[in-house]
Design a protein. Structure first.
Length: 156
């Protein structure tokens, strides 16, 4: 027989409601810390792979999706909420900011980073109004690391 000991935080209240009406349907990423779980969404396999590998090298658990439908399915079924989502603007099944809006509703505490080669001034302003960081393609992976992980990297 295995004994498991659980330690609750001092402010834990077992009879407190799990969520209120305002947060119903939202997945909380918890307090802001170094991201542990990141979703990378891009239909270009090489870009998706290089972004995922770059973040994995930092010790981040990375999941990948090639389109908006897959991204929403992963976000909706994951056991561990995402701390950040890095996504391309133009995906096979969505090429506007609607996926960002949906992700912002589902993951209100997550960092969102939009990668695009088609960033008009209006689009960038609309994305930033949603609290989204915008990276123009092509970009340096170190810039992405700074946005997602909030760390400084050594320039070679």
């Amino acid at each position: 027989m295995t004994t498991v000991t659980c330690i609750a935080a001092a402010d834990f209240h077992p009879n407190a409601p799990d969520s209120d009406a305002e947060s119903a349907g939202k997945i909380s990423a918890g307090p802001k810390k170094f991201p542990r779980h990141v979703l990378v969404v891009d239909d270009e396999p090489l870009i998706r792979w290089s972004v995922a590998e770059s973040l994995s090298d930092l010790g981040i658990d990375v999941e990948q999706a090639s389109d908006a439908a897959s991204a929403l399915r992963i976000v909706s079924t994951t056991a561990l909420p995402f701390d950040a989502v890095v996504l391309d603007l133009r995906l096979p099944d969505m090429d506007n900011l609607s996926l960002l809006g949906t992700l912002r509703q589902l993951l209100p505490d997550a960092s969102l980073v939009l990668m695009t080669a088609f960033g008009t001034t209006e689009l960038v302003a609309d994305a930033q109004a949603m609290g989204v960081a915008v990276l123009s393609k092509p970009f340096e992976l170190d810039d992405l690391k700074r946005l997602v992980a909030g760390i400084e990297t050594d320039a070679a």
